[in-house]
Design a protein around this ligand. Structure first.
Ligand code: ZN
Length: 345
C-alpha cells in the first residue's frame, strides 16, 4: 500500500460495479450499453462541452451524479435503483464513480456531472472560492466513528499518538478535535496524518497510526479486520452531526430547474425509504459496494438517512465548528450555499 499517494482515495482493483443503474467510472458513459471511446479517461475541463451538457441519455432525461463507493452515498444508490430506466418521474440517475475527492470535485466544478455526494466541507470551500456549487441535501446523519488500536483504550490515551484523517476539510477532523477537547487534550499533543481511507485499516493493523476517523465502511473495516475498536461514536461527539452533502453544479440548477426539483425530492424520499425499510440499506450497500457483509452490517448500525433536508441551525453549527478549527474564514451564507430546490410548496 506504500505506493498509494496520500489524499488519493485509491480503490485498488476497483471494477465498475454491476448494477441496475447506469454507472460509469470517472467518465461520461453513453448509457447502459457503455461507450468506451474515451477509454475511461476523464475529458479535460472545457473539452466536449456539448456532450458534457447533454441532458438525455438513450433518449431519457438523465441526472449525472458523482460518488465515491462509501455507505455515505447510499441515498444516491437507492435513487438510482428506484429510477432505473426512468422510473415514475421519467428521469434516470447516471452514477459516475471517482477514485478521490479532488477528482470528484473537479468533475462537479467543471460540469462533467450535474451533482455529487461529497464531504460538505469540500463543497463549502469550493463555494468560498467562487465556484458555482450549491448543497441540496445532506448525504446522511451521524455515521462516523473514531477507531483505535487496542493500545488506545480511551480518548484520554490519544495524547502523543498519531491519528489519521482523510483531509483537514472534513467532519472527520472536526469529530477528532471534539473528542480531544472532551478529554482535555490539546490538538498539538497529537500528530495528524492524512491518509487514503482504504489505507487506514492496514495502517492501524501495522502500527503506523494509532487511531483514525474516515468515511464508512472503512471504520467498520478497521474493527472487523484490523484489530481496531470503536473509541467514540459521532453521536456522542456532535449531536446530529453532518458530513457529506448532495451538491449540485449551479449550471444544472439554473438550466434544468424542474428536473433538479424532482431529483432533490426523489433523493430525500430515497433517504427516508432507506431508513424506514429494514434491511434495505444492507441490500443497497451490497449491490453497490465491494465489501464483506459483516463490515457493512456493522457500519450501517451507525448511520441514518432520515430527513436529509439541511436546516439553518445545522448549517450554523457546522460553520461554527469549521471556523473554530480554522477550516474557513469566509464561509458561504446559508441562503447562498443551501439551495431550497425541491422543497414542498
Ligand atoms: Zn459522510
Amino acid at each position: 500500500m506504500e505506493g498509494l499517494s496520500r489524499r488519493e482515495f485509491a480503490l485498488g482493483s476497483l471494477a465498475v460495479i454491476a448494477s441496475g443503474a447506469l454507472l460509469a467510472r470517472g467518465k461520461l458513459s453513453a448509457g447502459a450499453t457503455g461507450d468506451d471511446a474515451s477509454s475511461g479517461e476523464q475529458q479535460e475541463n472545457g473539452g466536449g462541452a456539448d456532450e458534457v451538457n447533454a441532458a438525455l441519455v438513450d433518449g431519457k432525461e438523465t441526472v449525472r451524479v458523482a460518488f465515491l463507493p462509501i455507505t455515505h452515498a447510499l441515498p444516491v444508490f437507492e435513487l438510482a435503483s428506484q429510477w432505473k430506466g426512468g422510473g415514475a418521474e421519467g428521469i434516470q440517475v447516471q452514477l459516475v464513480q471517482y477514485g478521490s475527492w479532488p477528482e470528484l470535485m473537479d468533475a462537479l466544478d467543471s460540469g462533467k456531472v450535474d451533482a455529487a455526494s461529497v464531504l460538505v466541507e469540500l463543497a463549502m470551500r469550493a463555494a468560498e472560492q467562487g465556484i458555482d456549487v450549491k448543497a441540496l441535501a445532506l448525504g446522511h446523519r451521524d455515521g462516523n466513528v473514531i477507531v483505535a488500536s487496542q493500545g488506545v483504550g480511551a480518548v484520554s490515551d490519544l495524547a502523543g499518538k498519531t491519528i489519521a484523517i482523510p483531509a483537514r476539510q472534513s467532519s472527520h477532523y472536526l469529530l477528532v478535535l471534539q473528542a480531544l477537547a472532551n478529554a482535555g487534550i490539546a490538538e498539538t499533543a497529537v500528530t495528524f496524518t492524512e491518509l487514503a481511507p482504504t489505507e487506514m485499516p492496514s495502517a492501524l493493523a501495522s502500527g503506523r497510526i494509532d487511531a483514525y476517523c474516515v468515511a464508512e465502511p472503512f471504520g467498520a473495516k478497521g474493527v472487523k479486520s484490523a484489530g481496531g475498536h470503536v473509541l467514540a461514536d459521532s453521536e456522542d461527539l456532535w449531536s446530529d452531526s453532518v458530513c457529506c452533502a448532495l451538491v449540485a453544479n449551479g449550471q444544472f440548477l439554473s438550466s434544468r430547474p424542474e428536473v433538479a426539483a424532482r431529483f432533490v425530492r426523489g433523493y430525500k424520499d430515497a433517504g427516508n425509504d432507506l431508513d424506514s425499510r429494514q434491511g434495505r440499506p444492507l441490500e443497497v450497500a451490497k449491490e453497490f459496494l465491494s465489501q464483506d457483509d459483516d463490515v457493512l452490517q456493522t457500519s450501517l448500525q451507525w448511520i441514518s438517512y432520515r430527513d436529509l433536508t439541511i436546516d439553518e441551525k445545522t448549517y450554523d453549527e457546522l460553520v461554527s465548528r469549521m471556523r473554530a478549527a480554522g477550516l474557513t474564514q469566509n464561509p458561504p451564507a446559508f441562503g447562498d450555499f443551501v439551495a431550497s430546490v425541491g422543497d414542498a410548496a
